[in-house]
Design a protein around this ligand. Structure first.
Ligand code: NCD
Ligand code: ZN
Length: 436
């Protein structure tokens, strides 16, 4: 049995944000109580040994559930695989991940869904939930067998990275997915507008002579998909929202009662296009980093609930790929191990976001939207939990990263505030920053 003593518990599912004692037994949260004596704990343990953790000065919250993670298996294991990615996740405080479908081959049938799910179970670190594609081969032409894939373990459908350009196909997908009750996740990008663009169109892109992507490349598809989901009464989740126009469109759709949730990535909340340099591809990401006004609108959207979910969009690539010239390097930021710490340091410490809101958006809201276990420390819930030390500082170095990827803007930098103990189903999987 675990006894987490005098720890500041953050559990938005129960509206708890206060010092508590937490008992964990048999893989589950057993009790949360403001005060427990040693005699009481020993009586409850009924002879089982008790490991006591002094939680003073630390936070305990439900493990993060990351709804947008690229694990690259099958097919691109030089970038990442399910084992390395799920180990990186628990190092970063993430106890469940939804694995994106743009692998090689793409996850467009039940046997592939089952493969991803089983590899996740074999790895046995973070829980791994497969996302299936919407269309066969992500070609945008023929729908997959959604009900069958749900049977195999798919929790959502997405052609991420390859947005469905044909509005009728998207309408059909939303309509058909209703039979499964699962959301369609849309990577909103009009390919004609984004073209061969490399970063957000604006003064920095012009100055560097890099081809720009207008904000409308995202927002016009956000508008389209909101109208389609409203008409079909389907279920839509919008991935990695990055423009202020998208935030406003979602805000208005929600006011009309449209069944939509939206996600934002830490890098869009922290960085902007002004920080991109042509000699460093670590900030080359899709959708591209916006302007400071976009970043402000995203933070405000997350504060007021227009944006529901924080997700990493962990997009690992090899060092060789990211060492190419800016125009040729792939889009993506690896972030499983740094995302929570970066959000803590750049947004919570400066009081732009409360830790309570961060945990609600990164744990409780994902569990609710995608019907997953976890996201709560209610007695009886699986003990997927994070002990977070706001004083723990670490230099982000290749030697300590357990992900295969190094494409993070934090490499060589110091971050402060890290998960120091992480449990999945009551099993300790990370201690003092080491994955067990
Ligand atoms: C994603 C990837 O690498 O798979 N890259 C990214 O920059 N987010 C694909 C995508 O969503 O475009
Ligand atoms: Zn995407």
């Amino acid at each position: 049995m675990w006894w987490l003593k005098d720890v500041w518990v953050i559990d938005p599912s129960q509206k708890i944000s206060s010092p508590q004692n937490v008992l964990v037994q048999g893989g589950q949260v057993m009790e949360i109580s403001p005060s427990l004596t040693e005699e009481e704990v020993l009586a409850k343990a009924q002879g089982e040994s008790v490991e006591t953790i002094n939680g003073k000065g630390k936070f305990l919250f439900p493990g993060l559930i990351d709804v947008h993670t690229h694990l690259r298996e099958p097919g691109q294991e030089d970038k990442e695989d399910i084992l390395s990615g799920s180990r990186a996740a628990v190092r970063g405080g993430i106890t469940a991940i939804m694995a994106m479908a743009n692998t090689v081959p793409v996850i467009d049938n039940r046997s592939l869904v089952e493969f991803v799910r089983l590899q996740g179970e074999r790895a046995n670190y973070a829980r791994v939930y497969p996302i299936g594609t919407v269309t066969k081969g992500m070609q945008g032409v023929e729908l997959v067998e959604m009900a069958d894939m749900k049977e195999g373990g798919a929790v959502a459908f997405s052609d991420d990275g390859k947005n469905i350009q044909n509005a009728e196909m998207m309408r059909l997908a939303l309509e058909y997915a209703k039979l499964t009750g699962l959301p369609i996740i849309s990577h909103c990008e009009d390919k004609e507008l984004s073209g061969e663009g490399l970063m957000r169109r604006g003064i920095p892109s012009t100055r560097m002579g890099l081809r720009g992507i207008p904000a409308s490349a995202e927002s016009v598809i956000v508008a389209r998909d909101l109208l389609l989901v409203e008409e079909t009464k389907g279920k839509l989740h919008l991935a990695h929202i990055s423009t202020k126009e998208s935030v406003e469109l979602i805000r208005r759709a929600k006011a009309r009662g449209v069944d939509v949730t939206a996600e934002v990535n830490p890098h869009h909340l922290i960085f902007c296009d002004e920080e991109i340099t042509i000699t460093n591809t670590d900030l080359k990401v899709n959708p591209p980093l916006g302007m400071p006004a976009d970043r402000e609108a995203l933070i405000e959207g997350l504060r007021d609930g227009t944006l529901d979910i924080i997700a990493t969009d962990h997009a690992p690539h090899t060092q060789a790929e990211k060492a190419r010239p800016f125009a040729e390097a792939p889009f993506g930021i690896a972030s499983l191990e740094t995302a929570l710490s970066a959000v803590w340091q750049h947004l919570v410490v400066p009081r732009r976001l409360s830790l309570d809101r961060v945990i609600e958006a990164w744990s409780y809201a994902p569990a609710k939207r995608f019907g997953l276990r976890g996201g709560t420390l209610k007695p009886g819930a699986p003990a997927d939990m994070v002990l977070f030390d706001p004083d723990f500082a670490e230099i982000i170095e290749p030697a300590t990263l357990v992900s295969k990827a190094r494409n993070t803007p934090f490499l060589g930098k110091t971050l402060q505030g890290f998960p120091v103990m992480v449990w999945v189903n009551g099993r300790l999987v990370q201690r003092n920053r080491t994955v067990l």
